[in-house]
Write a protein that binds this ligand. Structure first.
Ligand SMILES: C[S@@+](CC[C@H](N)C(=O)[O-])C[C@H]1O[C@@H](n2cnc3c(N)ncnc32)[C@H](O)[C@@H]1O
Length: 255
């Protein structure tokens, strides 16, 4: 019997033409052990395509996924929109998986092993986050693995670093948040869109360096089943922090 390798580049061709790919099919590009966490930890293809379109409002934008995992968002975005995609991830073995998957699919996002503090915010046009730090607050059983430090102290350190990064970003920077990120958007950002796409997807745009307070009103977003999600996804710039709470679910759906 001859072994026929999966046609992974077909995935990129389909996404480039505006089509979608089932998550089960896409996830075959990852090693078996990395497919298990997909429903909870990796962005669904449909969401990644929508998020990428919200972020890349003009060609040649540079977008960064904070906490890139095995690269699912970055790979889908690199195929679906015409922009440069970077991913930063603190688990080196996930960076290796992401690079391997991107090369099999035939797209060229850049994955870097590292921390947020090293990132120059002024190089970015867009930032994507899928609740990257909530794992710090999960029970040991719900964590991806035990290879990195996870704690409430680390959670707050990462939240501060993210808020700092967002504050240093250029006016015009677009930020798409899937299922929250646990912090507050710094002043100067406005909520431009909130959609349901297998969960809550928010687009924020930095409109000014000089802070302006604006109310962000809930539009009936209902925290529901999903992946990692925050109980509070709606924030007014400058508002007090929500209490740290993490929730995980093994069910597909939304947050
Ligand atoms: C919920 S997963 C999202 C993965 C990917 N963005 C996606 O949407 O498919 C969050 C990822 O963030 C990574 N992460 C968490 N804290 C991080 C940090 N401080 N620096 C870099 N990566 C981090 C985790 O290792 C995990 O892979």
């Amino acid at each position: 019997m001859t072994f026929v390798p999966p046609d992974f580049p077909r995935i990129a061709r389909r996404l480039r033409r505006g089509g979608l790919v089932a998550d089960r099919v896409f996830d075959e590009v990852f090693p078996l052990a990395a497919r298990g966490p997909s429903r909870v930890y990796w962005t669904p293809v449909e969401v990644a395509v929508r998020a990428a379109k919200l972020l890349a409002d003009r060609p040649d934008s540079t977008i960064l996924d904070i906490g890139a995992g095995v690269g699912k968002f970055c790979i889908v975005a690199a195929a679906a929109v015409d922009c440069e995609v970077w991913g930063i991830e603190h688990r080196p073995h996930l960076v290796e998986i992401a690079r391997d998957a991107a090369s099999k699919i035939g797209v060229k996002p850049t994955f870097r092993h590292g921390t947020l503090e090293e990132q120059d915010a002024t190089l970015l046009d867009g930032i994507y986050m899928f609740n990257p730090f909530a794992e710090n607050l999960c029970t040991v059983a719900d964590r991806l693995d035990g290879t990195v430090e996870l704690s409430e102290a680390k959670f707050w350190k990462d939240i501060h670093a993210t808020e700092d990064l967002l504050s240093r970003a250029r006016v015009g920077t677009r930020v798409v948040i899937y299922c929250g990120f646990g912090g507050n958007m710094p002043e100067g950002y406005g909520l431009v869109a909130r959609e349901r796409c297998a969960g809550s997807l928010e687009l924020w745009v930095k409109h000014t360096e000089a802070p302006e307070r604006g109310e962000v009103r809930e539009s009936g977003i209902r925290p529901a089943a999903s992946s990692l999600h925050w109980q509070v996804t709606s924030r007014t710039p400058g508002a007090p922090r929500p209490r740290a709470r993490c929730s995980t679910s093994r069910r597909p759906a939304d947050c």
